[in-house]
Design a binder for this molecule. Sequence first.
Ligand SMILES: Nc1ncnc2c1ncn2[C@@H]1O[C@H](COP(=O)(O)OP(=O)(O)OP(=O)(O)O)[C@@H](O)[C@H]1O
Length: 252
Amino acid sequence: MSEIILSTDKLCKTFSNGGIQQHVLRNLDVKIQKGDFTVIMGSSGAGKSTLLYALSGLDKPTLGRVYFSGEEISGFSNDRLAVFRRKHCGFVFQQIYLMDSMSVFDNIMAAGLLISNDRRAVAQRARELLEAVGIPEETHRKFPAQLSGGEAQRVGIVRALINSPEVVFADEPTGQLNSASSTDALDVLTGFHRQGQSIVMVTHDLKSARRGNRILYLRDGVVCGECRLGEYQPRDGQRHEKLTAFLDEMGW
Ligand SMILES: Nc1ncnc2c1ncn2[C@@H]1O[C@H](COP(=O)(O)OP(=O)(O)OP(=O)(O)O)[C@@H](O)[C@H]1O
């Protein structure tokens, strides 16, 4: 049995919208294993992003607990959570939010130097990661506005990985990419997963979801089903069938 890297205990998240209480997560219990590429699916508004935010300490639960590598993070102060996230979490969003006034390389360095003083080691890792995602050296000095959407997202993935996070959290990482760029970004994530990176990704995109080895389905504020797909292989028709059969069963 592999190590549990993330877990929740009766996680609840309630929003107050115009005085009306919306119970988005309801006593949700989930365990996420180290090294898994976990995909969270569910209908629009089911609370997928809310769950991702709670698991990663971007937001605090209303009630219940979140454990990250056995440590309860749900009781942390905002300042402690910010430090914790920097050290242990990487984030890949649909919107990439690179700093416009900084080059590609300086964007990565800025993220790395938030937790390390070793400029040379950070620069070395930045170069290795940029190479791994297929960003050539002549692109390192470009500015975000000079990148294609696909290049920008690969840089975003490098930024998420620069501090060797225990978990990469991705929220619809291919949402703004064309088909070829989205395949590239997914190949990059799949490659890091193969090297042991734990990833938790929210998506409603089947092509993205197929990359996961475990799919969780969220409904009525709880995880109501899960499906293990095993490790991703390209051109695996059975994988697609298994995923769509599972989603049909879930009423997706
Ligand atoms: N900060 C907030 N304040 C108030 N309501 C919120 C907030 N964040 C989320 N919600 C509400 O919680 C519900 C779940 O939102 P969430 O973004 O987690 O859903 P989702 O499953 O990720 O949806 P989608 O697939 O459409 O992105 C929605 O009805 C949303 O309006």
